[in-house]
Design a protein around this ligand. Structure first.
Ligand code: XUL
Ligand code: CO
Length: 438
């Protein structure tokens, strides 16, 4: 084990602790609704943000201090990052991780050379997984950075770009499988358009569907049992992305007969960019049986950029945990911190500070969500609100057994509806009560 981070390991010290390198709320083994916190939350760290994000912005260079990284694209440097990353995962008590192929190993001149180095890094990842008990939540391929994907990967007007993307996904699926990955994510980084003036939208959507079917077939060929995810995002980088939000993804998957093979990996800041709350996106996916995993972060609502901040807002994490608990918890998914430290949080120890803040916010959100469920007032209110439907007529309508003519005659004798107040503010007050007292 390397020794890049001057800390022995992050422990739970409780809500009164003033130690910045301790958990205040995340007590991995503490039971909530009969299950350990670690099992509810299934935290993952993102290789790209932890190891490959220099913390640059459009106006300035990177600031991150990474004493393990000499800035070269050598295999040695790639392997040193792996050591630093696993040291971080283990010391920060993060059980899972996620990566893109190009995060862990650089692209070389040919596919064969690229895959040779990738295999060496994957071998080391596998060894460190075994030694530390860390696991791969999901893998993915970077189909958005290279110049060849400027006009799309699967949706490119150039067949050659599609081929390169297919080759990358084939290999990324195989290494994810080799590492025992519990899932594989498709984020359509460049799968969209800048202008319809030059775009055949119908063809591009069909190309994307063909691409995903190829991946489904290859998954079967290699015997990979992990879950496939689509990660919605409405824009940035393209003006319009085909996977813009949960509804658009579900529609796409249904249209092209892919829904049985995919769930959604929902990211909070992407929901914000789509003009939705994260809870809306989660509710939508959950009700379609397609809520798979979460990329945990938060944005600045009035900013309009995917700022990928660490999730520290407990009101927000409470909403997320309410949906997860309602689903019965993750199966293959988890809470992946697709989040980057601010540019001036450049110290290596800020990797710990930021993840601790996110883990504590989710642990606290879990406690508050469980308290709201135990309290039961909100659930009872919602149930009572629809009670008029619990009648013979209500059931008949919902079973598609009624006719409009029948309802026309029923309406003439049925009492006029007596609307009951929606009590939004009362319900918000109950949430605040739990935030303060749970
Ligand atoms: C981009 C984003 C990606 C995906 C994986 O906004 O969220 O990092 O999570 O490709
Ligand atoms: Co993401």
């Amino acid at each position: 084990m390397s020794d890049f981070f001057p800390v022995s390991g992050i422990a739970y010290e409780g809500p009164k602790s003033d130690n910045p390198l301790a958990f205040k709320f995340y007590d991995a083994d503490a039971l909530v609704e009969g299950k350990p916190m670690s099992g509810h939350l299934r935290f993952a760290a993102a290789y790209w943000h932890c190891m490959r994000n220099p913390l640059s912005d459009p106006f300035g260079e990177g600031t991150a201090l990474m004493p393990w990284d000499d800035g070269s694209d050598t295999l040695d440097n790639a392997l040193r990052r792996v050591e630093a990353f696993f040291e971080f995962l283990e010391k920060c008590r993060i059980p899972f991780y996620c990566f893109h192929d190009r995060d862990i190993s650089p692209e070389r001149g040919t596919i064969a050379e690229t895959e040779k180095d990738l295999d060496k890094v994957v071998e080391r990842l596998g060894i460190l997984q075994g030694e530390t008990g860390r696991k791969l939540l999901w893998g993915t391929a970077n189909l958005f950075t290279h110049r060849r994907y400027a006009q799309g990967a699967a949706t490119s007007p150039e067949l050659g770009a599609f081929l390169q993307a297919a080759a990358q996904v084939k290999k990324a699926l195989e290494v994810t499988h080799a590492l025992g990955g519990e899932g594989y994510t498709f984020w359509g980084g460049r799968e969209g358009y800048a202008t319809l003036l030059n775009t055949d939208q119908k063809r591009e959507r069909e190309q994307l569907a063909a691409f995903l079917h190829l991946a489904v077939d290859h998954k079967k060929t290699i015997g990979f049992k992990g879950q496939f995810y689509i990660e919605p995002k409405p824009q940035e980088p393209t003006t319009h992305q085909y996977d813009s939000d949960a509804e658009a993804c579900l529609n796409f998957l249904r249209e092209f007969h892919l829904l049985e093979h995919f769930k959604l990996n929902l990211e909070t800041n992407h929901a914000t960019l789509a003009g939705h709350t994260m809870r809306h996106e989660m509710r939508t996916a959950r009700e379609a049986g397609a809520l798979g995993s979460v990329d945990a972060n938060q944005g600045t609502a009035h900013c309009g950029w995917d700022t990928d901040e660490f999730p520290t807002d407990v009101a927000l994490t409470t909403q997320i945990m309410l949906e997860l608990l309602a689903m019965g918890g993750f199966t293959t998914g988890g809470l992946n911190f697709d989040a980057k430290r601010r540019r001036d949080s450049f110290d290596p120890m800020d990797l710990f500070h930021s993840h601790i803040a996110g883990m504590d916010a989710f642990a606290r959100g879990l406690q508050v969500a469980a308290a709201l469920r135990a309290d039961g007032r909100i659930a009872r209110f919602v149930e009572a609100r629809y009670s008029s439907w619990e009648s013979d007529l209500g059931r008949k309508i919902m079973a598609s057994a009624a006719t409009l003519s029948e309802l026309h005659s029923e309406a003439q004798t049925h009492p006029m509806p007596e609307l009951k107040p929606g009590r939004q503010e009362v319900l918000e007050g109950i949430v605040n009560q739990a935030l303060a007292t749970a």
